[in-house]
Design a protein around this ligand. Sequence first.
Ligand code: SIN
Ligand code: FE
Length: 281
Amino acid sequence: MTSQVRPLEAETDATQALEAGHVLWSQAPLFTLTAPERPLLSSAVLARGKNVSFDPATGAVGGSALTGEAAGSLKTMLARFSDEALALVGRVFPGYRQRVERRRTSFRPIEVAGRASSWRQDDTRLHLDSFPASPVRGQRILRVFANVNPEGRPRSWRIGEDFEAVGRRYAPKLRMPAPGSALLLRAFGITKSRRSAYDAMMLQLHDLMKADNAYQQDAPQTAFDFPAGSTWMAFTDQVSHAAMAGQYQLEQTFLLPVDAMRAPGQSPLRILERLLARPLL
Ligand code: SIN
Ligand code: FE
């Protein structure tokens, strides 16, 4: 079965739907740009890479080419989006309110379609999110997205099969990390903390899926266009997804401990531990 995209407003129990692996989307204008922010919708704000990042804890903006007043409006926009995303999560998933940890905010001002990149970086391939440098040790990756395209263009995604199916398909190919490898990765500064076996499994899944051309074509999947002005949320460590087209998107990442879920058995951690019959932390 593929994960479904469901209207948030029709959901009687949003937490249950999210934990079951659905994407919840809303046409309600969660986030609107102010007039002075409109010029920020330009790929010229980027100094390098594919997104501008913002750390709500420190107020630091990374990857922007802007200076002076324009840099100030960019930071204000990112901070406001981040605050609104946090408030949204608190409203929609009240049980998570005290437990979510707010991480990076990102702004993606370039067209997704037709961008050249290596297969591993290529988010037009179905994948699960996993952070190579920042181990999460089983914590959930919850993301809020807003399509702020000013020309009415949608953000086009593909949504793949549910986590259990992905896990089952690739479990025979998963390899436990060599003893001591986590210490080495940490010592060489490749990871910011020790990479757990869980993080190693999730990175392998990410790579196995993206490298598998037959899977990309043939896996159960559905296409969904998130309209301009809409907002959506998902556990992107659980929902197989690919971004095919679109320009100008804001995104806020949160981490949530597994024990803050209502049904922790639905977490990738618990599912992988069951499929592999071993603890991963
Ligand atoms: C991703 O998280 O894979 C990309 C999502 C997007 O840019 O729409
Ligand atoms: Fe992703």
